[in-house]
Structure formats: structure tokens, C-alpha cells
Design a protein around this ligand. Structure first.
Ligand code: EPZ
Length: 422
């Protein structure tokens, strides 16, 4: 994964970029195609990312015919599909676990290697499995893989111990073809789930309550051809806005849904950042000289998203005073802190709490991306720092950001992709 990015930072970014399609909306929608039989699902505004091609590979291995053409994807699903997911693809991308519900609902069987943990946490799928068992699945864990079978899933009432995004998506997709009605309580409310419901409804599913925390699904026996437009990526949008903030720049991001990141906009206002949000567009103005310390806790949507926590930490390294970040979603999502400290950041970790004492400037260094959003946070720090910062393992960042260096260059950043170092 040692693709490197060289950043010569210290200049304000300025300009306007368009938001990419949402990775975390496109992946479950692609998995939902497995609910079809002899039918086709068409997606538009899909981001061009490694994770998308990994999901496309997985669907092809299962027997679907996948065609990707410039942000559009068509997925044709026949009658006979495999129900065994290859370990290599599941290990490569945890979101592969989103095929479990659809495969089980459509084929009555699914074999899937347990997705590994990653640098941000163990990331079990116990809530996914508990819900499927309640719907009538038999689940065996053999040799590190989930072997799930069912004679037919039945609708029921499921209360999720935690509003897990993935568990909500898997159980929602399974319920669409279950016999009878399902109520999913304490369900996740993320916009990506609302997008998935749009897709399932266009396939003919009967679903109510998206975005409210209680999903009501009336099972159907068959679904039809459908098409869906993927929503803008709110996490990528927040990342580029914070690139503007950290470089004291003037950056506009368009084709977004500002309501999807109200929590960030509120925190930026609290930090005295000048922000303007109009129909589909958000702009940040030069404000770093008055960037105030704030406290923030990550929460399930509509709370502050954990996927923007690392990027906000980078910005707060240059704030005035002591900021406090509590990470409540993942058990170890502060690995970027040690990399930021290599750049001179003053950060103290106490369990799931980080205390960030603002410093006047950061120093350039060689730093390593440990996961997708940690890598993005280090890019932001490099952009704000005079001199040459090298970010290693940029492969992590490429999983979620479409051509990050061209987006940043269009905002005036001096960035260059380097090959592998000898
Ligand atoms: C989705 O992951 C996102 N990924 C993550 O984005 C995001 O950080 C996360 O939701 C939280 O918003 C995709 O949508 C592809 P969860 P997911 O199930 O579904 C625990 C990125 O950078 N949990 O809501 O895996 C889990 O360990 C990625 O784009 C269980 O304990 O997240 C975690 O602590 C990173 N048991 C918490 O819940 C379960 O069965 C949230 O997990 C499921 C989850």
C-alpha cells in the first residue's frame, strides 16, 4: 500500500469543486442488486473508487453481469447465482459483508468469510447475525466463515442494540423478501440508508420510516428492474471544506446536500469559521486566524460523523486553545494522532478522548496513513504546513476519495503522487 503523496503546503486553497457520489451509499445499493432475479439495476453518480471496483468484482464472482461506464453502473442478475463469497475480496473490503442479507433472502444460502477487523476497531457483525437468526436463518461459524441457510426468512420485530449502519442495511435488504412484516427498531438513520431505501422502493419494495430510526417493511416475493441516483458523498464534502479551513482558504463545494452535514456546519460556526450554505453549495471563507477551540463527540447520524473526526482533529491542531474530541463509535480511531504528533501537533490521548492543544504551526514530515479517513486527515495537515510532507500508504485514501490530488490541485494545492520508494 506504499503509494505516496508529496505535498508542498502552506498556501491557502481557493476555488470550487463538485462533490463525488457517496461511497457508503453506492456499496449497499450495489449489494441490493442481489435481491433481483432476471432483472437489472442501474446506478448513476457512482464514484470512481477502488472499493466500488472491489464490490463490482464480488458481484461478478457471484454471477452478476456488471458494467461500469463513467460514474454509471449497470448490474444484471440472472436466475442462478453463486452464494459463496471469496475470502480475498471480503478481507479486502469489510463492506463485502453487505451481500449477506441479500444472498440469504434471494438464494436461501450464503457463505461468507468473517470480515477482518481493521485499524479503527474489531468491527464484529454480531448484530447482523442476531437479526438474521431472528428472521429464521441458521448460522454456523465454521473455519472463520459464516455459513447461513434458511428455508425462508420471516418478518419479525428486531431491536438493534446499536444503530449499526451495516446491520441496518443487511437486515433491511433481507426483510424486503421475507414473508410478512418486519419492524427494525433503533435502526441507523444515515442518509446512505435513505438512499438504499430509495433504491429498494424503485425495485418495488414496501418500506416506511427511513431516516426516523424505525423501519417498517412489508415483505414481497419479487422485485423488478430499477434505477437509482447515488447521493453526494457528505464525508468527502466535509473533507474538502476542512481542507479550505485548515489552509485559511476560500473553498466552495457544489452539488452537495448541506443538511447531510449540519453537524459539521454547526461545529464550524462554533469555532468562528465563516461558512455560507446555499442551495446545493457550501463555502468556507478565510478564518484560521480566529479558529476557536471546540469540543465534539462522534455519534450516530444526525450526530457528528466518526468519518470526519480525524479530519477535524487536524484542523483543531491549529486552533486557539484546547479542543476535546470524544470518539464514541469505534474503539481505536485515534491512530492519526501519533502521525500528527510527528508533525508537531500537541495531542494528549486519554482512552476514547483526545485533548488537542492548538499550536501556531505544524512541521512537515513523513507520515503514514493507517486507514482511509486518517490518511485524509494527514493530507489536510500537510496542506497547512510549509515545506514538503510525504504521506505514505495512500492506497487507503484511494479507497474513498476519487482522484484526491486532482481535486486538491484544482484548488491550487501543490501535490504530486510518487511511486513506490525503493
Ligand atoms: C459504516 O461502517 C461505514 N462504512 C463506516 O465508514 C462508518 O464509519 C460507520 O458506518 C459508522 O458510521 C460503510 O458504510 C461502507 P457500524 P459499519 O456497523 O456499517 C459496532 C469509511 O471511512 N458494531 O455502524 O461497519 C462496530 O464495531 C467507513 O467510509 C458491532 O458491535 O459501521 C462499531 O464500533 C469507516 N456489531 C460501531 O458498531 C455489529 O454487528 C459502528 O459500526 C455491527 C457494528
Amino acid at each position: 500500500m506504499d503509494d505516496m503523496l508529496k505535498i508542498v503546503g502552506g498556501r491557502p486553497l481557493s476555488g470550487e469543486i463538485k462533490a463525488q457520489g457517496s461511497k457508503n451509499a453506492a456499496l449497499p445499493v450495489m449489494a441490493a442488486s442481489l435481491l433481483l432475479k432476471d432483472a437489472e439495476l442501474e446506478l448513476d453518480n457512482v464514484p470512481d473508487l477502488k472499493d466500488i471496483s472491489t464490490m463490482a468484482d464480488l458481484l461478478s464472482v457471484l454471477g452478476a453481469e456488471v458494467r461500469i461506464n463513467n460514474h454509471k453502473i449497470s448490474i444484471k442478475v440472472g436466475r442462478d447465482m453463486s452464494s459463496e463469497t471469496p475470502a480475498a475480496l471480503v478481507q479486502k473490503m469489510r463492506a463485502s459483508s453487505l451481500v449477506l442479507g441479500p444472498l440469504l433472502a434471494r438464494q436461501g444460502r450464503a457463505v461468507m468469510p468473517l470480515p477482518g477487523g481493521c485499524s479503527i476497531g474489531s468491527r464484529p457483525i454480531d448484530l447482523h447475525l442476531k437479526g438474521l437468526v431472528k428472521m429464521g436463518a441458521n448460522i454456523d461459524l465454521l473455519h472463520g466463515a459464516v455459513h447461513a441457510t434458511t428455508k425462508g426468512l420471516k418478518g419479525c420485530r428486531i431491536y438493534l442494540d446499536f444503530p449499526s449502519v451495516g446491520a441496518t442495511e443487511n437486515l433491511l435488504m433481507a426483510a424486503v423478501l421475507a414473508k410478512g412484516d418486519t419492524v427494525l427498531e433503533n435502526a441507523a438513520r444515515e442518509p446512505e440508508i435513505v438512499n438504499l431505501v430509495d433504491c429498494l422502493r424503485s425495485m418495488g419494495a414496501d418500506i416506511e420510516g427511513e431516516g426516523t430510526g424505525v423501519l417498517r417493511i412489508k415483505g414481497k416475493s419479487d422485485l423488478t428492474d430499477a434505477s437509482v441516483r447515488i447521493i453526494p458523498d457528505r464525508i468527502a464534502a466535509c473533507t474538502y471544506l476542512l481542507a479550505g479551513v485548515i489552509t485559511d482558504g476560500h473553498v466552495t463545494i457544489k452539488d452537495v446536500i448541506p443538511q447531510h452535514f449540519d453537524s459539521l456546519l454547526a461545529k464550524l460556526e462554533e469555532a468562528s469559521v465563516d461558512v455560507e450554505s446555499r442551495e446545493g453549495t457550501v463555502t468556507v471563507f478565510p478564518s484560521r486566524k480566529k479558529l476557536k477551540a471546540i469540543s465534539m463527540k462522534t455519534l450516530p447520524y444526525p450526530g457528528f460523523p466518526t468519518d470526519v473526526q480525524p479530519q477535524l482533529m487536524s484542523v483543531l491542531c491549529l486552533g486557539q486553545g484546547a479542543s476535546v474530541i470524544k470518539e464514541s463509535i469505534f474503539e481505536s480511531r485515534f491512530l492519526h494522532a501519533s502521525e500528527l504528533k510527528k508533525m508537531g501537533a500537541d495531542i494528549e490521548l486519554q482512552g476514547n478522548t483526545a485533548i488537542i492543544n492548538g499550536v501556531p504551526k505544524l512541521n512537515c514530515a513523513d507520515v503514514v496513513a493507517t486507514d482511509l479517513r486518517a490518511g485524509a486527515a494527514l493530507v489536510l495537515a500537510g496542506l497547512a504546513t510549509e515545506g514538503e510532507t510525504i504521506i505514505h500508504s495512500m492506497g487507503h485514501v484511494d479507497r474513498g476519495y476519487e482522484c484526491m490530488e486532482s481535486a486538491l490541485s484544482s484548488l491550487g494545492a501543490n501535490v504530486q503522487r510518487l511511486g513506490r520508494r525503493a
